[in-house]
Design a protein around this ligand. Structure first.
Ligand code: SIN
Ligand code: MN
Length: 205
């Protein structure tokens, strides 16, 4: 597997993994997925709407269902099966994950100005051996990384459009989140405004 540009607390960061053209192609793929599987704003277990809007591609999609976090085989609003993960996105998985099986889910997070994601672990997949691969597109964002215990020390870095992060090994169950999206100033050349984050996950039943 290619060496990451930087490793912070086990999070392997491949800076500028995607060329500007590849970034635009991935945004186009996401638009097509979103047309079939519209973004939804999930309600947390505490009855508060998340600031991030989400949808998925793949065999299963990540949803909050009556306050429970789980993978579902249908979109919560349309009731339709999720669109397949576009081949361009699967190619990123093959390039960096070091994992033979393809991912079952590509969670698409859409952050507009002011959106953020609190520190959390990705722990609904049932199998924590495969890594989670994260692709950032559009506006930069401050990504925060901790350890496997809640409340421990954290560090942060800015993720830019085209950066890919592999969360595997020691970092697979580490806390992480998005403090803030830098959406001010001129529109970015990839999404115009806003940040897309794609996370690829292997999910066992
Ligand atoms: C996530 O943890 O689901 C998203 C992380 C990110 O937006 O970079
Ligand atoms: Mn996560």
């Amino acid at each position: 597997m290619p060496d990451p540009t930087e490793t912070i607390r086990g999070f392997e960061i491949h800076r500028g993994w995607l060329s500007p053209d590849a970034q635009l192609r991935l945004v186009d793929c996401c638009r097509k997925v979103i047309r079939r599987a519209p973004l939804v704003r999930p309600m947390t277990a505490w009855g508060k709407a998340m600031s991030v809007r989400m949808t998925s591609a793949g065999r299963v999609g990540w949803v909050i269902d009556k306050g429970r976090y789980r993978y579902a085989d249908r979109h919560p609003e349309t009731g339709a099966v999720w669109p397949p993960i576009p081949p361009e996105i699967l190619a990123v998985w093959r390039g960096v994950s070091g994992w033979l099986d393809p991912p079952d889910c590509c969670l698409i997070n859409w952050y507009e100005a002011g959106a953020k994601m609190g520190l959390h672990q990705d722990k609904d997949e049932g199998d924590f051996e495969p890594p989670v691969v994260s692709i950032s597109l559009g506006d930069p964002a401050r990504f925060r990384m901790g350890g496997v215990e809640r409340g421990g020390k954290t560090e942060s870095t800015i993720l830019h459009s085209g950066d890919v992060v592999v969360m595997g090994g020691a970092a697979r169950l580490a806390y992480h989140g998005i403090d803030r999206v830098m959406a001010e100033g001129l529109p970015n050349p990839v999404t115009g405004r806003g940040r897309l984050n794609l996370t690829l996950r292997v999910v066992s039943d």
